[in-house]
Design a protein around this ligand. Structure first.
Ligand SMILES: NC(=O)c1ccc[n+]([C@@H]2O[C@H](COP(=O)([O-])OP(=O)(O)OC[C@H]3O[C@@H](n4cnc5c(N)ncnc54)[C@H](O)[C@@H]3O)[C@@H](O)[C@H]2O)c1
Length: 252
């Protein structure tokens, strides 16, 4: 088993890629904290993992709330005594708005979840990792964190910020036995479109230039395989990278 005796937190794990990552991590021997603000969904994922012989607990966290994040890490340490892997996966879309149309409210909401929540979780995790002497962070970013024609201004900027945060963190703690990498999925079959509101016709049309070159839509399980590699010791020499899993989309 590739994650035997590891303890992992996966945020946004009630659905889509987070769910697939939580399930695969558990199958590979990790004790998993299945975290989501959809608590019923998180409980269902944790229960299914346990029914298959894995170890998991469900946790209710809105990653946009500092206090929720504090209790997430406290609950993890309380249940499993340590933390080896943090997977920052929870995220929401914008409405494809270009900067001329984005409202402060939408910008702030997208950044609170996609960027500030990730930074705060990394801040808490890093301090745990420094104390323990080891730890791994895997950020589920996006092709939109590397390219400009994949979403609206807020989502694109929020994910580019996490690309920078990933590289900076990797560099800062490179000599502290802490690794930090990112995944840039292409389009993946999940429920994320449910988070889109007030879609901009202009912006959605413009980003089709980028989206039109997508070779195919991926499955959450295909992204989970990369999250497994990056979370495991097999990637011990990989640090500060944002790796695309997109059937070649970024190559275009
Ligand atoms: N689906 C895609 O095509 C795609 C492509 C690239 C990157 N991504 C990124 O992948 C990640 C996972 O998304 P997905 O596509 O699996 O979507 P999804 O909507 O299926 O799953 C996201 C999960 O995050 C949870 N969530 C949302 N806001 C939250 C919050 N504030 N606090 C806690 N949990 C919250 C949701 O309840 C949901 O369970 C996101 O960061 C997304 O930006 C998605």
């Amino acid at each position: 088993m590739r994650l035997k005796d590891k303890v992992a937190i996966v945020t946004g794990a009630a659905s889509g890629m987070g769910k697939a990552i939580a399930e695969l991590y558990a199958k590979e021997g990790a004790k998993v904290v299945v975290s989501d603000f959809n608590y019923e969904g998180a409980k269902a994922v944790a229960k299914a993992i346990e029914e298959k012989g894995g170890a998991a607990i469900a946790n209710r966290t809105n990653v946009a709330e500092s206090a929720d994040l504090e209790q997430l890490f406290a609950e993890t340490k309380g249940a499993f005594g340590k933390l080896d892997i943090l997977v920052n996966n929870a995220g929401i879309m914008d409405g494809m708005e270009p900067v001329g149309d984005i409202t402060d409210e939408k910008w702030d909401r997208v950044f609170a979840v996609n960027t500030t929540g990730v930074m705060r979780a990394m801040r808490i995790a890093t301090n745990i990792f420094l104390e323990q002497g080891h730890g791994v962070i895997v950020n589920n970013i996006s092709a939109g964190g590397l390219r400009g024609a994949r979403a609206g201004a807020a989502y694109t900027a929020s994910k580019h910020a996490v690309t920078g945060l990933t590289k900076n963190t990797a560099y800062m703690y490179a000599q502290s036995n802490i690794r930090c990498n990112g995944i840039a999925p292409g389009g993946v079959e999940t429920n994320i479109s449910a988070s889109m509101t007030n879609i901009s016709e202009f912006g959605a049309g413009r980003q089709m230039t980028g989206n039109g070159t997508m070779p195919r839509v991926g499955k959450p399980a295909e992204i989970a395989q990369l999250a497994l590699f990056l979370g495991s010791d097999e990637s011990s020499f990989v640090n500060g990278q944002v790796i695309a899993a997109d059937a070649g989309w970024i190559a275009y």
